[in-house]
Design a protein around this ligand. Structure first.
Ligand SMILES: C[S@@+](CC[C@H](N)C(=O)[O-])C[C@H]1O[C@@H](n2cnc3c(N)ncnc32)[C@H](O)[C@@H]1O
Length: 248
């Protein structure tokens, strides 16, 4: 009887471990932010990101490799969506990846792309909130994040969390943008070829003057960084967007 019970406990343990491996980490569902999923049409975004916008992610992956020099260890892609930037970085490095997002729908896309790109052994997903990252101190070599910081409710708290999980010698590359003017021109040319509306046309973008639900807050990131107490950082606004680099 005792040995049957022992066998059962071992089997349940194995099933749980396999679930974590396939779907991410246990207890993920609890943190899912339905609002974040609703704010964007995940499927439409995914199609564009994997198609027309692919050169933009390839560009940022090259920048991250060049500027951080980190090509081995564990990379955490925060607010990864379908994992586009991390997947581009996987092509040119030996890094392993954790794709963290608060939207289960976005992570479903990431899981699909991990398989499509044959990265099952190097990548997994983690349904979580950047404000409370369920990973140990010093466990990550590189944190990357594109286009997610404007959605964070408390970016100073989130940046402190990112700093906490960085290993000594680790770096973070966090920000947003749509590539250089050359990359944007390439994307626009492709859109035109496919008969699509220009992405940067006369249509007004939602900004701080827009008080609607899709409003993206304009924030003073320099001030926010000062409030984190992190000393090793740079912040740049260039023609490829706003990017914060942090190192430990
Ligand atoms: C505009 S998308 C960017 C997706 C992807 N990084 C890219 O470059 O295409 C923003 C992502 O941030 C995620 N997000 C928003 N708030 C978050 C939070 N507090 N914690 C983790 N992810 C969050 C959203 O669910 C969404 O997938």
């Amino acid at each position: 009887m005792k040995s049957r019970m022992g066998g059962l406990i071992v089997s349940v343990g194995i099933v749980l471990i396999l679930c974590v491996f396939h779907t991410g980490f246990a207890g993920e569902k609890a943190v899912q932010d339905k609002d974040a999923s609703k704010k964007m049409n995940v499927s439409r975004y995914d199609e564009t990101a994997r198609g027309i916008n692919a050169p933009m992610y390839a560009y940022y992956a090259e920048q991250i490799k060049k500027k951080t020099g980190i090509t081995k260890g564990v990379c955490l892609d925060v607010g990864s969506g379908g994992g586009y930037m991390g997947l581009a970085l996987a092509k040119i490095t030996d890094l392993d990846f954790i794709f963290l997002d608060i939207s289960a729908d976005a992570l479903e896309k990431a899981k699909l792309h991990i398989v499509e790109d044959g990265l099952q052994k190097r990548a997994k997903t983690l349904l979580a909130d950047v404000h409370s990252i369920p990973l140990s101190d010093g466990s990550i070599n590189l944190v990357i994040s594109r286009g997610s910081i404007p959605f964070w409710k408390d970016p100073a708290k989130a940046l402190k969390e990112i700093y906490r999980v960085l290993a000594p010698g680790g770096k973070a590359y966090v920000g947003g943008g749509r590539g250089t003017p050359e990359v944007r021109a390439q994307v626009e040319a492709k859109r035109k070829e496919l008969g699509m509306e220009p992405q940067f046309g006369p249509k007004p973008r939602k900004d701080s003057n827009d008080k609607g639900p899709g409003r993206i807050p304009q924030r003073n990131y320099e001030e926010i960084l000062k409030n984190t107490g992190i000393v090793n950082y740079t912040m740049n606004r260039g023609d490829d967007g706003m990017w914060i680099q942090i190192w430990k």
